[in-house]
Design a protein around this ligand. Structure first.
Ligand code: AGP
Length: 621
């Protein structure tokens, strides 16, 4: 996720752009930049690695003057944070500048294609291909018909796969900006003799509250005194502006009350962004393989996988342990990073150690990673932050493309970590012969269905909210499940602990009689996670046992068979869509648990974004 801004009007563009970027910093803050069309027709680009302050310091040394410009605050995906990789990116001639929020999945073949036609690239980003492609269609001989910038942008879009919100400025067109979107947000703010562009409303509210929300595949040519709106095919359309009445704080959260809730709802998109660029599609558009070539994981057979992480990332690792065993038939184990670093682990060059960390800065996780490097075992990092210490110190890094996670309680980091781990487990299973082609392809289709599965779970939010209103004050909450559901239970209990400050514990359902049942009384809520029909009967007896001791119960189970099995015995049943593999169920089952923790915390009057005693990133031991 990144933030983009644009201005065309009568005022100095540079300070307006940096002001807008300040309001968009929550969307990305590893680098920032602007391009201003100066009065003599030169596009001047100024950009800097680091937070917006670094750009402002650079601008203080020499501010470009002009009344049209674009800006960007970056959360790196392709190419580490650096001055060169910061946006705006320009074509080889420096005459067309682009800012982009999204991911261009086919940027590598496009880059090669453009290089073969003379384009000279500066950065490692996917975005630069857009500037070069627009330039190609604007300039090349065989495309002379593309006389206008807008036509060139539309022609470029036909070549792009992935998601984008784009703002384009060109030296030859001092009167206009081009804006287009697909799967990433973009808003046009309407002023008087000036108009604005931004990823999100907070960047506009100081200047206007009248906006056009661009829908997918819509485009706009933004002039000083008017805006022309188009379909992606270039047909003119008419829309009514919308009046935004949020205050700035609400707008940063896209109208959600808290970042945590916004991030819960971002999961369909975050999962799609993490998944799709790694899938290979056949000519019918059906996923047929996973491309993990860059990670170079399968040069020799994988015999043992060790996963290490802290907190939520460790819970994703526990799901992965079961997934590696079930899908790839590879021995896998998980060690908390805080234990691993002191555990003198037995590792050899046959082992693959996967280190998982959203921030890539957790002290214990980094220490674990460094001890693996000394052991000679193969090492892979999964992280959300390009350029983080973990990414820099590890040769092979697999990124979750979740965008910045602001809330302390991790949500979209967990589900996107699962996607990365599922991809590795499935590929390993296929390459090493544990999965036949049929099951492999069915599993890939199942992965693709997960974002809509999340949407289906999110549509039951009201039910969760009502249940939370009745249960938030329980003094004990136990989460139980078996196998994959046990992993989900661990993550669910952590969420409730973190933000509702409830004593919540997870245990493997089979352990109930071995101790935990002694704690069950009328002030206890037991949340049962049961996604595997083969285990339903056993779980039904567990529920009867706790209900007979006065506990309240919620069951998170799959539609159909799950409802039939649990509706007669549980107080509340929440259903999940089916998944093609049992391994994928935690990615859906965790969503109601995230919502439940969130609504309990709100009911109690806690701030879910800033839980007491906790920091987003634990950079000390
Ligand atoms: C999750 O909700 C927590 N805030 C915490 O457990 C977190 O997952 C843990 O500190 C690990 O962080 P990392 O993924 O950035 O390494």
């Amino acid at each position: 996720m990144c933030g983009i801004a644009g201005y065309v009007g009568y005022r100095e563009a540079a300070p307006l752009l940096t002001g807008a970027l300040r309001k968009l910093e929550y969307r990305g803050y590893d680098s920032a930049g602007i391009a201003v069309l100066e009065t003599e027709g030169v596009l001047t680009v100024c950009k800097a690695k680091g937070p917006l302050d670094a750009l402002e310091r650079r601008l203080a040394e020499g501010m470009p003057h002009g009344t049209l410009g674009i800006g960007h605050t970056r959360w790196a995906t392709h190419g580490e944070p650096s001055d060169i990789n910061s946006h705006p990116h320009t074509d080889t001639h420096g005459a067309i500048a682009v800012v982009h929020n999204g991911i261009i999945e086919n940027y590598l073949p496009l880059k090669q294609w453009l290089e073969a036609r003379g384009a000279v690239f500066q950065s490692d980003t996917d975005t630069e291909v857009i500037a070069q492609l627009v330039s190609y269609y604007y300039h090349v001989e065989e495309a002379r018909t593309h006389t206008s910038l807008f036509d060139a942008v539309l022609s470029a879009l036909y070549r792009l796969e992935g998601s984008y919100a784009l703002a384009v400025a060109a030296a030859a067109f001092p009167d206009r900006l081009i804006a287009v979107r697909k799967d990433s947000p973009l808003i046009i703010g309407l002023g008087t003799k000036e108009n604005f562009l931004a990823s999100d409303a907070p960047a506009l509210l100081a200047h206007t509250r009248e906006v056009y929300y661009l829908e997918d595949h819509e485009a706009a040519v933004v002039y000083r005194d008017h805006v022309d709106l188009y379909t992606g095919e270039g047909e003119r359309i008419i829309k009514n502006p919308v009046h935004v009445d949020w205050d700035t704080a609400a707008a940063e959260k896209a109208g959600y009350a808290h970042f945590m809730l916004k991030e819960i709802h971002e999961q369909p998109r975050a999962v799609t962004d993490t998944l799709r660029p790694r899938l290979v599609y056949d000519s019918a558009g059906i996923p047929c393989d996973i491309n993990l070539d860059a990670l170079d994981l399968f040069k020799t057979p994988l015999r043992r996988i060790v996963l290490t992480a802290c907190g939520t990332a460790a819970h994703a690792a526990i799901v992965a342990k079961y997934a590696f065993i079930r899908l790839a038939r590879i021995h896998a184990e998980v060690e908390l990073a805080s234990e691993f670093r002191y555990g003198e682990p037995l590792l050899s060059s046959d082992d693959l150690v996967i280190v998982v960390s959203q921030s890539g800065e957790t002290a214990d996780t980094l220490a674990a990673m460094r001890s693996v490097k000394k052991s000679g075992a193969r090492l892979l990092a999964i992280t959300n932050v390009v350029g983080s210490t973990l990414a820099r110190e590890t040769d092979a890094t697999f990124y979750t493309w979740a965008g910045p996670e602001i809330a302390v309680a991790s949500t979209k980091a967990f589900t996107t970590q699962l996607i990365c781990l599922y991809l590795i487990a499935l590929k390993a299973g296929f390459v090493q012969g544990a999965l036949n082609n049929e099951r492999y392809r069915a599993a890939l289709a199942g992965l693709e269905a997960l974002p809509s599965g999340i949407e289906a779970v999110l549509s039951q939010t009201e039910l969760v909210q009502r249940f939370a209103a009745r249960q938030f004050n329980k003094s004990k909450v136990f989460f139980m499940g078996r196998q994959f559901d046990y992993a989900t239970a661990l993550e669910s209990a952590l969420k409730l602990k973190e933000i509702n400050y409830t004593h919540s514990e997870a245990f493997a359902a089979g352990e109930l009689k071995h101790g935990p049942i002694a704690l069950v009384d009328t002030d206890t809520l037991v949340v049962v996670i049961a996604t595997d029909p083969a285990l339903f009967d056993k779980v039904v007896s567990n529920i009867r046992e706790v209900r007979s001791r006065g506990a309240s119960t919620l069951v998170i189970t799959r539609k159909g068979a799950g409802e039939t099995a649990f509706a007669p015995v549980a107080e509340e049943v929440l259903t999940l869509p089916e998944t093609t593999e049992a391994a994928f169920a935690p990615l859906l089952a965790v969503i109601p648990a995230q919502l439940f923790a969130y609504y309990c915390a709100v009911q109690r009057g806690n701030d879910p974004d800033k839980p007491r005693n906790l920091a987003k990133s634990v950079t000390v031991e």
